[in-house]
Design a protein around this ligand. Structure first.
Ligand code: TYD
Length: 280
């Protein structure tokens, strides 16, 4: 297993929780704690989601979470990881930009408010540099081993933020995705729908509190949150447009209720779309 040295505390927590007693600090990989036989758990479980993934000869699943800053993606991703791993599913939790040691360095550069005057095309190229490494080092190997990869943001974020927010358009994003990422498509994308103002305010408060706590310029991840309301309006529109273009893959989930209500909706969507049979 590879170590992610710059893994943020939040993701460490997710991995540790998902890995149960096999936990190893700082790893993104999550192994199921229950023994398996032919892809099925050996003992009955109270609430069953029989995922057609676990055999190592089978390809896993790739699930991405998308939405505006502060919409609650990380919380929901953590909750879904906990449900799946409690069911004995082998889960890998990761994020973009980042997810690898190289990607996390690129993330710092991209999100730090001290990175000024970054040309939109340079920003686009850096997002794809991090992603290409992420696919090669983490995503493809995990899917190849039959694991379920839960990824906080992927190319839809680039289409929404750089394509929509920065006005670079979708075409260049999709072309780079084909060339650099082998056109890898998630099996399912959860697009969390939230209000622009409420989400961005929440993200700003969270990042300011985090920066204050760490008292360090390197953890100031506010560069995008400083963008205007109009920027986030374009991001939201771009998200809704790509969801309308790919309704089979991208499922819009109302994220304006309580975290628990949103979680129930997500578990339902994941069960339905990925043929997880709820047998309890
Ligand atoms: P993230 O850590 O998910 O922020 P949040 O938890 O607030 O949603 O993402 C960091 C920022 O990077 C976010 O503002 C969106 C931006 N981003 C892009 O602009 N393009 C991309 O391709 C990706 C992956 C992220």
């Amino acid at each position: 297993m590879r170590r992610i040295d710059n893994c943020p505390e939040e993701l460490k927590t997710i991995s540790v929780r998902a890995e149960g007693r096999h936990a190893s600090h700082g790893q993104h990989r999550s192994l199921a704690s229950e023994p398996r036989s032919g892809g099925l758990p050996l003992r009955p479980r109270p609430l069953c989601y029989d995922l057609c993934v676990p055999s190592h000869s089978q390809r896993g699943k790739f699930i991405t979470f998308e939405g505006l800053d502060g919409c609650g993606k990380s919380t929901q991703l953590k909750k879904l990881a906990a449900v799946l791993s409690a069911e004995g599913v082998s889960v890998v939790v990761t994020r973009e930009p980042g997810g690898t040691p190289t990607g996390e360095k690129i993330r710092q550069l991209l999100l730090d408010t001290n990175t000024s005057s970054l040309a939109p095309m340079a920003e686009l190229a850096l997002m794809f540099a991090a992603r290409t490494q992420h696919i090669a080092e983490v995503i493809e190997p995990a899917i190849g081993q039959g694991q379920v990869v839960l990824c906080d943001r992927f190319t839809d974020s680039t289409e929404a933020y750089q394509g929509g927010g920065r006005k670079l358009g979708s075409e260049i994003v999709l072309a780079l995705h084909r060339i650099l990422c082998g056109n890898l498509q998630p099996d399912l994308t959860i697009l969390m729908e939230s209000d622009v103002a409420a989400s961005v305010d929440r993200a700003r408060r969270r990042n300011n509190a985090q920066a204050g706590k760490d008292n360090s310029a390197t953890v100031n991840e506010n560069r995008f949150e400083q963008e205007s309301r109009a920027f986030f309006g374009r991001v939201r529109n771009a998200y809704l447009a790509l969801a309308a273009r790919e309704p089979q893959r991208v499922i819009v989930v109302d994220a304006r209720g309580t975290p628990e209500e949103t979680h129930k909706r997500i578990v339902d969507v994941v069960g339905r779309k990925l043929k997880l049979a709820k047998s309890a």
